[in-house]
Design a protein around this ligand. Structure first.
Ligand SMILES: Nc1ncnc2c1ncn2[C@@H]1O[C@H](COP(=O)(O)OP(=O)(O)OP(=O)(O)O)[C@@H](O)[C@H]1O
Length: 277
């Protein structure tokens, strides 16, 4: 089922991304990411079905939908954790449908997960150092002695950006949920991904920590110019960040449009919200 839109985002429409208020793409630029009829079925049962859309450079798309709608599964398909059983996926024009998670990461696709993916017994700084070495690729350890200064600068910059400088020597297990989410972002940022997938970054985060985390995500998008796809249930968070809202429903993309248009769409309200947004 094609997504309902008023600004016609589709598999072949990079121009739709450019029509949004803050997308930095131009109508003529190629999309960063393009999905064509992407799907995933388990033992013949469709989990994600016929999803097609394009993401413009610098765009921010937020994914909403009820529990079990297929949002995380779609992110798993995009990042390569699940193999697509239907359709195709292009990153910067290259067909990555059959590529591994690592190959996609090397192309600049990074993601975080719904549940925390940190090492409890490792410090904040060591998480970032390890990620920096991993991002530098094979041979990084051998060259480490020459690059240590650079790593330390990268570490300092990353901790400052994510507001974790004062927690550099703290074990991950001692961090608050909000700080853990910041560290996950820090780990992601050191590999300098162009396209970032955030799966429910506010999950488990206290209400007091939500504004700072929201601001961090905003600065990753606006100041660092990263293209961001984010699954999130907090509508108040999404509405201040997203150029477009994507609504997933029963594994399909029900709608993809500006937040205003999606919120005004009676089909979306009926299918997903059951009530006013
Ligand atoms: N590996 C799997 N094998 C079989 N079914 C799966 C698998 N992964 C997900 N599913 C099913 O696919 C459906 C979509 O799940 P998914 O986690 O993608 O939804 P979601 O929209 O992210 O939900 P939530 O908001 O609760 O995280 C669910 O019915 C889930 O049980």
């Amino acid at each position: 089922m094609p997504a309902r839109t008023t600004s016609t985002p589709s598999a072949s429409s990079a121009a739709s991304a450019a029509s949004t208020s803050s997308a930095r793409s131009s109508a003529s630029s190629s999309p960063v990411l393009r999905l064509d009829g992407l799907g995933w079925a388990v033992r013949g049962v469709p989990i994600v079905e016929d999803v097609s859309f394009s993401v413009g450079e610098g765009e921010f798309i937020a994914f909403i939908g009820p529990n079990g709608a297929g949002k995380t599964s779609l992110f798993n398909l995009i990042s390569g954790i699940y193999p697509a059983t239907h359709g195709s996926l292009h990153l910067d024009g290259a067909d990555i449908t059959a590529e591994t998670v690592h190959a996609r990461a090397r192309r600049g696709l990074g993601r975080t997960f719904q549940t925390s993916s940190l090492w409890p017994g490792m410090t904040v700084a060591d998480h970032v150092r390890l990620a920096a070495q991993a991002a530098a690729g094979p041979g990084a350890s051998y060259r480490l002695w020459r690059r240590a200064e650079r790593y330390e600068q990268q570490l300092a910059d990353t901790l400052e950006r994510t507001d974790l400088t004062h927690r550099a020597d703290t074990l991950a297990s001692a961090l608050s949920h909000g700080e853990k989410r910041k560290l996950e972002l820090a780990v992601l940022l050191v590999s300098e991904p162009r396209l970032i997938l955030l799966d429910e970054p506010m999950a488990g985060v206290s209400a007091e920590e939500v504004p700072a985390l929201t601001e961090l995500i905003r600065s990753v998008h606006r100041d660092l110019g990263r293209t961001v796809l984010m699954v999130e249930h907090h509508m108040d968070v999404l509405l201040g960040l997203a150029d477009r809202l994507a609504v997933m429903h029963h594994g399909t993309l029900l709608a993809l449009d500006t937040p205003e248009a999606v919120m005004a769409d009676p089909i979306v309200q009926q299918a997903y919200l059951g009530e006013a947004l």
